[in-house]
Design a protein around this ligand. Structure first.
Ligand code: CMC
Length: 392
């Protein structure tokens, strides 16, 4: 009731209180549960960061062991899910398939979606963490026509990701530890980012008391868009295009600044970071290290650095506080690790899953009301119905 305050895009509207992630956009600060992203990326591992986000504290050795054991217990995906995957054309985008498969999981795990007590919640979390990793890689296996792989209980979560993706039936496979380490760090950097578009979607959908899996499936769709997680794929396609056109970065800078051209410099700008994105800083350094370790010499990295240098000294970008964001350099690492471009946003989703789960859980435990924004109506006033033969 009363006056409705309009705030399209919720630029200044808070929707909840949260004690998961702290972010200061002016200072470029990001903390998960009070720990700095820099320290977590350097000293932590992805699974313990998942635990931290979802349950609030870093796990003890016993707790992380139990968490891992539980996740492993639930990594089997119902055989009938395979017939669903087979229904998709090979050309389907992995993000669409991932969202659909996450929804499909509900049919096979009906009890997990609306956990009623702490134990059920714990199991639902482990189920989603286990099955999600497997189906995420299946979206790729499907597109390649490769047989689907199963989780290997003898190796870790992130190492499993590599094996699930790339192991072929006839050949032995051992993931390169340098790649596993780089991926672990990338997943940590993506693990939560307070009330971003996909997370707000997860909370919003969950606020109607839709289940965890349905809420996450909706979050995947939100993440897919090029202004959000889809930017990592868009960045690499942009860099490839610039490279193919002779590396003329200035031309693309001009396009990005031209208000009559819809083109935007992908991987630049952020709703809340107005100085720098702390994740981008870490990823840029990691990109240099990973390429050096793997002996990859990618001309695209040079183009990215050139674009960044141009933008950082350009009036248009400086005055609008547009800096490289998390998606700007991540694709270069993924590419060096052999991840196909259309899987980049799936990588983001695997990293963001614990954040979505933590936020969904917090929303439900806080007993938040159903999300239901208001509007200001700008359409017709009341008018009379016109029968179809009188319509012009
Ligand atoms: N290239 C050129 N101009 C830009 C860009 C860009 N990448 N980003 C913003 N601008 C301009 C925009 O045109 C506007 O100019 P003006 O004031 O003259 O109208 C001004 O900067 C403010 O932009 P905005 O669109 O009002 O800002 P926003 O907070 O609504 O949007 C954003 C933030 C991230 C959607 C936007 O910066 C963007 O589209 N960036 C490119 C896509 C991208 O990299 N997305 C990933 C975001 S980070 C990770 C994630 O969320 O997944």
């Amino acid at each position: 009731s009363g006056v409705v305050t309009l705030d399209p895009g919720y630029k200044n509207t808070g929707a909840c209180t949260s004690n998961i992630t702290f972010l200061d956009g002016e200072k470029g600060i990001l903390h998960y549960r009070g720990y700095s992203i820099e320290e977590l990326a350097e000293k932590g591992n992805f699974l313990e960061v998942c635990y931290l986000l979802i349950f609030g504290e870093l796990p003890t050795p016993a707790e992380i062991k139990e968490f891992e054991t539980h996740i492993r217990r639930y990594t089997l995906v119902d055989e009938e899910m395979k017939t669903i995957i087979d229904g998709f054309p090979k050309t389907a985008h992995p993000m669409g398939v991932l969202s659909a498969l996450t929804s499909a999981l509900i049919a096979f795990n009906p009890k997990a979606v609306n956990p009623g007590n702490e134990q059920e919640l714990y199991e639902a979390v482990c189920k989603l963490m286990g099955k999600f990793l497997v189906i995420a890689t299946w979206t790729y296996r499907k597109s390649k026509g490769y047989p689907l792989n199963y989780y290997d209980n003898t190796i870790g979560y992130v190492e499993n990701f590599m094996q699930l993706m790339f192991k072929l039936p006839t050949e032995p496979y051992t993931a390169n530890p340098a790649i596993v380490e780089a991926l672990d760090k990338l997943f940590i950097l993506h693990a939560d980012h307070e009330q971003n578009c996909s997370t707000s979607t997860v909370r919003m959908v969950g606020s109607s008391h839709a289940g965890l899996f349905a809420s996450v499936s909706a979050g995947i769709s939100a993440l897919w868009g090029p202004l959000h997680g889809g930017a990592n794929q868009a960045v690499l396609e942009m860099l490839e295009e610039i490279h193919a056109n002779g590396g003329d970065a200035d031309k693309y800078m001009d396009k990005a600044k031209d208000k009559n051209d819809p083109f935007r410099l992908m991987g630049f700008g952020h709703r809340v970071y107005k100085n720098f994105d702390p994740r981008a800083k870490i990823i840029k350094k990691a990109a240099d290290e990973v390429l050096a370790t793997l002996g990859v010499n990618d001309p695209i990295l040079g183009i990215a650095k050139k674009l960044e240098a141009l933008a950082l000294s350009d009036e248009y970008f400086v005055s609008r506080k547009l800096y490289p964001n998390v998606d700007f350099y991540s694709g270069i690492i993924y590419r060096a690790l052999g991840i196909p471009t259309d899987m980049f946003t799936v990588m983001f989703a695997i990293g963001r899953l614990p954040g979505w789960i933590a936020q969904w859980k917090e929303m439900r435990l806080n007993k938040e009301p159903i999300g239901r924004p208001r509007q200001v109506y700008t359409g017709y006033p009341l008018r009379e119905f016109v029968p179809s033969d009188k319509r012009k």
